[in-house]
Write a protein of this length. Sequence first.
Lengths: 309, 294
Amino acid sequence: MTTTRPAPAVPAVRRTAAWRRRDRRWGWVFVGPQLIGMVLFILGPFVASLVLAFASWDGLTALKWVGLANFVDQLTDELLLKSIVNTLLIALITVPVGLALALLIAVALEKLRTRSLYLVLFFAPVVTSTVAVAMIWQQLFRADGVLSGFIASTFHIDPPDWLGDPHLALISVCIVTIWSSVGLNAVIFLAGLQGISPSLIEAAQLDGAGAWSLLTRIRMPLISPIIFFSTIVAFISSLQTFDTVFVLTADAGPDNATRTIVYHIYDLGFGRFEFGPSSAASVILLVLTLVITGLQFAAQKRFVHYESD
Amino acid sequence: MAATDTIAPATLGDRQARTGRTLRKVGLHVVLLGAGLAMVFPFVWMLLTSFKTLPQLLEDPLSFLPNPWTIANYVQAWTSVPFGQAYLNSAYICLLSVAGTLVTASMAGYAFARIEFKGAKALFIVFLATQMIPKQVTLIPFYLLMSKFGWVDSHLSLIVPAMLVNPFAVFLMRQFVLTLPKELEEAARVDGCGRWRMFWRIVLPNLRPGLAALAIIVALDVWNNFLFPLVLLNTPDLFTVPLLLTSFRGQFGTINYGLVMAASAIATVPMLVAFVIGQRKIIASLASSGLGGR
């Protein structure tokens, strides 16, 4: 920056040098509080978590190294494997379905001039705490509740037991997850769609593009960086599903049908005080998160379109 | 493309096209209104159920409106657990966490955007990278650290870490600072203004829209936080609203779920009212955070 400036007078140079020297210190002062917090509350515990994953410790007696024993123990533990499968299922159902619905809503809303009423309706679940959301849906999903009653009387079948049936329990978790996040993604996509220059749409319409090809060939590629970003965020957050299964399906559902990785970590750590295996499970969660995010970044080259300017 | 040229909209009559467009718009409104009402149905059902008496919950089929209406569930929910205290707890935890985050994150964001100091780039990458670590991964060592500090079952374990570290907030504030014109600061610098005064007097006032957006994002995050309060707090008088709400999770038997709905309403309605009042700003803030501060 300073090299391109018009040649300043000599005192100014000296002043600039002194300023920059002081600035170096100011940099650390300004970053200081967050840096202390980062070291104390994120990096420190993170390193400790890595250490605990290779140790046996109950919080009372001395820490003992056990090598990979915790990982062997966890990766052969049916409960963890079940948790991983459930978590992946939740992610693989909620992310595509949730984002597709959000895109549909965004495209519909973009066509309207007055949309604030709809935005409020779709967004209300987003600002509601996941615990309250799960409490409310728990009552909606009761076997003698409103949804089952409606389905039973409409289709003349036995009322489904959403939270008691293992398969339905996982689907219930997915429904609630989508319900509480679709509004946020719709608003994000809407902001992206509004950023598309109208001339591009008009040009495509003149070329005879119909509504469907306008969506898939013009709009979606143009907002693909936003879709990509939302996919990553949605995947990461669904890999961390906890509140919903803890409240909605009262701990982990019938026969652990909705046990997720984070619930597993919580259960091992704070239910049984097995800090080593719990830390190993959390390292597995981290690796899974990194691998899935990495895969998405690898895939984006084929699907994500960045404008050259 | 060439094949579709022959049925381009230009060949349709103008009036016909306009009527078609109006019809489609009405259809769109009908579909969206239906979907929107379906979205808020759980809230509506929560309210209706919360005013029902026990016999009405056992009806088959369930009636839509309560008859008679009763507030007994609200009285019982409010008196059986310390809801008022929980609201106070959540409010002050939220207030302090937000205030702290605004100060520390805007300071750090400013430094990363404007100040050239050794290691700034590497440090910023660390801040970006730690966002990839799920919070739950550090849960156990974090809990052990808090117990070492003597902060377990104390609000300090929620407030102090929230005030001091939020990598996403730092990233967001850096983005906001980058949108400010540099000339403001350069003019101040020529007048002999130092970094400290420059930040508080010139940068921070100009960051007001960004700070408001961040405040909303952090407030929602802190208010709805569940896992950490669940693990860190034991005394019901210290509970936050979501944590207190879980005491209705099956504890009172599942028969009178009107009570559960009344408790849920106590926990959600004030927040929903606040949302409707501030909807424009709240939706815009969350959208901008979802777009990575764009």
